[in-house]
Design a protein around this ligand. Structure first.
Ligand code: PA5
Ligand code: NI
Length: 187
């Protein structure tokens, strides 16, 4: 294994050389939004827009990997575009999110149910402690691009968040991103 410099475009999220990528479109994220009727309408009318793209750089045998997440701006009935959100499978492994461009909210929730919010503005490097669920939300009008760095063994556990939701949601209220209680949260 040899060292390497990887070029990351902080405006587009491009990673050169990247080793893998995936895209999430609105229709694949139906369960996480409050207003699914409006989501279905947007999918129909806007041709299933991309919500986010993840590009990774991974080297066989390394303990670390990194990449970018690039989130499009958008809303579903005032609720901002967001990632699925997850705990890591390994409860002893956290993560780092370093915002490159755009404006977002990193919503975090501990196993005990505490909520924390870290603003994602260019230059902010967010520390995500082990065993805190994390979801990023694009609250701006441009792409939100961030670099993440994680242990390859951390793994994603989407089950809990998909089933229960997160305790808070982030919505546009009179042009301001506002954190509210999730009326659909189920413990
Ligand atoms: O590992 C991470 O936390 C990120 O790379 C996320 O996987 C990425 O931002 C996409 O979010 P999610 O996996 O919650 O859909
Ligand atoms: Ni993660």
């Amino acid at each position: 294994m040899l060292p390497e410099g990887v070029l990351i475009n902080g405006l587009t999220g491009e990673v050169s050389p990247g080793t893998g990528k995936y895209t999430k479109r609105l229709s694949e994220l139906r369960e996480i939004f409050q207003d699914q009727t409006e989501l279905d309408r947007l999918v129909e009318v806007e041709g299933d827009p991309v919500v986010y793209e993840v590009i990774e750089y991974r080297k066989e045998g390394s303990d670390l990997f990194f990449g970018t997440t690039t989130m499009e701006p958008g809303k579903v009935s005032g609720e901002f575009f967001m990632t699925r959100g997850h705990f890591h499978q390994r409860r002893d492994m956290g993560e780092v999110y370093y915002t490159q461009s755009g404006h977002g909210v990193l919503l975090l929730e501990s196993r005990k149910g505490e909520t924390k919010v870290v603003r994602m503005d260019p230059g902010v490097c967010a520390f995500i402690p082990p065993d805190w669920a994390h979801r990023s939300i694009n609250v701006g009008s441009e792409k939100l691009v961030f670099v993440w760095v994680c242990n390859v063994d951390a793994g994603h556990d989407y089950g809990d968040i998909l089933k229960h939701g997160m305790r808070k949601i982030v919505v546009d209220r009179d042009g301001k991103d506002t954190i509210m209680n999730n009326p659909h949260y189920s413990s």
